[in-house]
Design a binder for this molecule. Structure first.
Ligand code: ZN
Length: 360
């Protein structure tokens, strides 16, 4: 848990400056090496491997985005069967900035077939009327402006029973296929049609995350490396004659001192520099991917801490806890005394004894 300390409110937005300069050297540090519209290459230091790997996994599978989840085929005389097309449509990245806040989960929504709180509608109608081959691409998908709100015209409706509502406003292009306005991009090929063939579909895009289906992943890949010189010997190189000649060092090896020849193996050594290369599919900026993943890790950790507190002390004893000793190994939820504060974004420091303290 100690490694969580310092990923705090000043954090990731200013990633290119690193965050370590402000704190002691044992604090986590991020150094952004390069940042483009779809790629972030950074070094994460002073954390242990479990944290670095959690960040990698959160970026791949835990971030909510928006993707086509339901397809109504009104007419399909193309060579591809309906299921094939539906799968291809689902894999098209849609602009998903801030998806966690601008959409609610459709399973929690009160609507039956999609509404503006939980869904985005896209339609496509293409007909080939000339000789030759007509490509149908993601650029032909047209996002509707509205699906309507359920019960919005019923003044008697009790607002309390309306279910969750989005907590932020959508951006203008939310839900449109990526590259829709880029003349240098052809769009993603869906199917090729011949004369006389037609495709008419209506799609509903919803919020989800990649643990459920990979189409919701905001990243195509997350490159992850540590210990490029293999000092920890986590890798055993297979080789024919000479391992050094057959396994060239990665570029990240320049960032670390090579070990002296025949140096003794240090059993206690641990990895604390991790090289990330995050490549998005275009639905979100790489900065948003990293920031959201850190926020999710923080939230999950806080939930575990909260559950542990309830398990150990019981919810009804909270008042007692605040007055006195939290008990050995217990979680002191009184932030004022414990030293550490959980403020929804930051976890600063920790209590000296009995673990860090968090304030909810
Ligand atoms: Zn809905």
């Amino acid at each position: 848990m100690a490694t969580m300390n310092g990923i705090n409110g000043n954090g990731m937005a200013s990633g290119s400056n690193g965050i370590s300069g402000l704190y002691a050297t044992s604090q986590p540090k991020i150094t952004m090496r390069s940042l483009t519209s779809d790629r972030a290459n950074f070094v994460l230091e002073n954390v242990d491997m479990s944290f670095a790997n959690s960040l990698r996994r959160a970026m791949i599978a835990d971030i909510p985005t928006c993707a086509i989840d339901m397809v109504e085929i009104q007419n399909n005389t193309t060579p591809l069967p309906d299921e094939f097309l539906a799968h291809r449509l689902g894999m098209i990245p849609l602009i998903s900035a801030n998806a966690s806040q601008v959409l609610v989960d459709h399973r929690e929504c009160i609507c039956e077939e999609g509404c503006d709180r939980c869904s985005v509608e896209l339609t496509l109608h293409a007909k080939c009327e000339e000789r030759g081959i007509m490509p149908v691409t993601s650029k032909m998908l047209i996002r509707s402006n509205s699906l309507g709100q359920p019960y919005e015209n019923e003044p008697d409706m009790d607002m309390g029973s309306m279910g969750p509502t989005p907590t932020a406003q959508r951006s203008l292009d939310f839900g449109k296929p990526i590259g829709f306005d880029n003349p240098r991009q052809d769009g993603i090929m869906l199917v090729k049609m011949r004369k006389g063939q037609e495709l008419k579909i209506r799609c509903i895009a919803r919020k989800g995350f990649a643990k459920e289906h990979a189409k919701w992943s905001p990243v195509s890949t997350v490159g992850y490396e540590y210990d490029p010189h293999n000092i920890l010997r986590h890798t055993a190189y297979w080789y024919e004659l000479d391992a050094k000649a057959e396994w060239p060092l990665s570029e990240n090896a320049r960032e670390e001192e090579p070990p002296p020849e025949n140096a003794p193996f240090d059993y206690n050594r641990k990895a604390n520099r991790f090289y990330f290369d995050v490549e998005t599919v275009g639905s979100m900026s790489p900065v948003e991917v990293v920031e959201t993943a850190l926020g999710i890790l923080e939230l999950k950790t806080a939930q575990v801490v909260q559950e542990l507190g309830i398990l150990i002390d019981g919810p009804s004893e909270e008042d007692e806890m605040q007055n006195g000793d939290a008990g050995e190994g217990g979680w002191n939820q009184n932030a004022g005394n414990g030293g550490g504060v959980y403020d929804g974004y930051g976890m600063n420091g920790g209590g000296a004894r009995g673990g860090p303290a968090y304030d909810y």
